[in-house]
Write a protein that binds this ligand. Structure first.
Ligand code: ZN
Ligand code: CU
Length: 493
């Protein structure tokens, strides 16, 4: 045996290692070299350019935000502060049927594509052009991408309030296939929105057909999360069975007071389907949702906070009912006058949120809206809120299970190879945090607040955030769909 020490770029010493698999923590040192994890164990005989004393804090795989609308943000604000400050090292963009590419707009972006930016933010007629722009921006986090059904509809159709014709579906499929060939992770839909609601299930089924050959998946913001949610879930299962692809139900929730308390029934449906086909879901840890202002939801039975309004920006932060009273009009009329606008809907029950979040099939995704001037706090707080508020304080789930829902489960489902676990040979995406202090600081009133207790974040082996400040290094890049490292994509469900 040689006695000379092994060498690493970075050595993290004395950590409680949460490896991402859900296993309980163990004390370990971790060595990083050339962007990879090269050793795990007692590494006291190792040398490194930089040694970080973990002092018993938690070391975990960098968190994967599976549900984002960061499509243009990763290019325009590549430091990605809302995410890197949470320990997020990979974001998946293109959710809810809306993606920044491939897109060729004829006018202003249709609702809700306007969540991704104004007309001039859409500069990527092909997916390859988007990949190039992401890599040129050198974002702080890695970027995986879904292709939005609504984005494809808007490319191919003169109006969105009807079903696509066979020719239009062919056009959409060709664009989807270009994206899949360039590493897109799959197809997303946003069937609840007016821009896709007229698409029959058959349209989505036909569009989903090329996914299987590419090893890609289908994610869906379902046709409804209100009273007919079980039918909407059946529709999602049907698309998955038709196209032989895994399905992820986005931000699973029981929306609307008449639906509260139904999470048990909803999860039973999910479990039944999981016996037949690969299906999971994501959820954000809050009992309020957020999107553009939808007049159909302005019914007076829940509070709705306005976060932005093009004609009335001064109304941000106020409830629709307060604005209606101030103007002396009905809430519906106030909603009309505020359009286009963004909103936070007080539309879930806390019990349902907890039951869905703690289910083993549920991944954590923020659904944060980075272009909103008064964003839902999930943008800056989702991951530390699960670790601090729900795992530590409310004891809803063990910390190692919370970490699994943000790391290995997510990497396996979305086909992100060699990420999501602290494992020799894997990419060195890592987060060091203090389990006693980690907490979300973002609130509805003051949402743009960095979390507490996130001590250090490495992306591809590069220290990117430490002690509350960015280092100035940015080492993220586009990540293509890869073969799952252990088992196949189906087995991972
Ligand atoms: Zn959505
Ligand atoms: Cu979304």
């Amino acid at each position: 045996m040689h006695s000379h020490p092994e060498a690493a770029d970075t050595l993290i010493v004395g950590a409680q290692l949460y490896d991402g698999t859900g296993a309980p923590p163990v004390e370990r040192d971790v060595a990083i070299r050339d962007g990879r994890i090269v050793a795990i164990g007692n590494l006291s005989n190792w040398l490194a350019e930089e040694v970080i004393e973990a002092n018993g804090r938690a070391l975990a795989p960098g968190f994967i935000d599976v549900h984002t609308h960061d499509d243009t943000h990763v290019i325009q604000s590549p430091q990605m502060l809302p995410k890197i400050t949470q320990g997020v090292t990979t974001v998946i963009v293109g959710n809810c049927g809306i993606s920044a590419s491939p897109v060729s707009l004829k006018g202003d972006p249709p609702d809700p594509m306007n969540l991704l930016g104004e007309r001039d933010a859409f500069q990527y007629p092909t997916f390859a052009a988007y990949v190039e722009a992401v890599n040129a921006a050198r974002p702080a986090v890695n970027v995986g991408a879904l292709i939005g059904h609504t984005a494809l509809r808007s490319n191919q159709m003169d109006r969105l309030d009807r079903a696509a014709t066979a020719e239009e579906i062919d056009g959409m499929r060709a664009q989807l296939e270009e994206a899949l060939a360039n590493g897109a992770l799959g197809l997303s839909s946003g069937l609840a929105y007016g821009s896709a609601f007229s698409a029959p299930t058959e349209e989505v089924m036909a569009l989903a057909e090329p996914l299987a050959a590419a090893g890609a998946l289908y994610t869906t913001h379902m046709r409804t999360e209100f009273d007919a949610i079980l039918d909407a879930m059946d529709e999602a299962y049907r698309v998955g069975r038709h196209a032989h692809v895994p399905v992820v139900i986005s931000h699973l929730k029981c929306a609307g007071p008449s639906n509260w308390g139904r999470s048990e029934e909803v999860l039973k449906s999910l479990e039944g389907a999981r016996r037949m086909q690969p299906i999971g879901c994501d959820c954000y840890p809050y009992n309020r949702s957020s999107s553009t202002l939808d007049l159909k939801q302005v019914t007076g039975d829940i509070d709705i906070t306005i976060t932005w309004s093009e004609p009335h920006p001064e109304m941000a932060g106020k409830l629709v009912k307060e604005i209606a009273a101030e103007w002396g009009v009905t809430q519906q009329e106030a909603g009309k006058r505020l359009q286009p606008a963004g909103a936070v809907y007080h539309n879930m029950s806390e019990d349902d949120v907890r039951r869905i979040l703690s289910h083993p099939a549920t991944m954590v995704g923020s659904d944060g809206l980075p272009n909103d001037p008064l964003p839902h706090p999930r943008l800056w707080g989702a991951f530390p809120r699960v670790l601090g508020h729900y795992a530590r304080d409310a004891k809803l789930l063990p910390l190692e299970e919370a970490v699994r829902k943000m790391t290995s489960l997510s990497a396996h489902r979305f086909g992100l190879a060699q990420r999501g676990e602290v494992h020799i040979g894997y990419h060195a995406d890592l987060v060091l945090f203090d389990p006693a202090r980690v907490r979300d600081a973002a609130t509805f009133e003051n949402p743009q607040q960095a979390a507490d207790g996130i001590d250090a974040v490495w992306v591809n082996g590069v220290l990117t955030y430490r002690d509350g400040a960015v280092t100035g290094e940015r080492a993220g890049h586009f990540v293509a769909r890869g073969a799952a490292s252990k088992g196949d994509a189906h087995g991972a469900f």
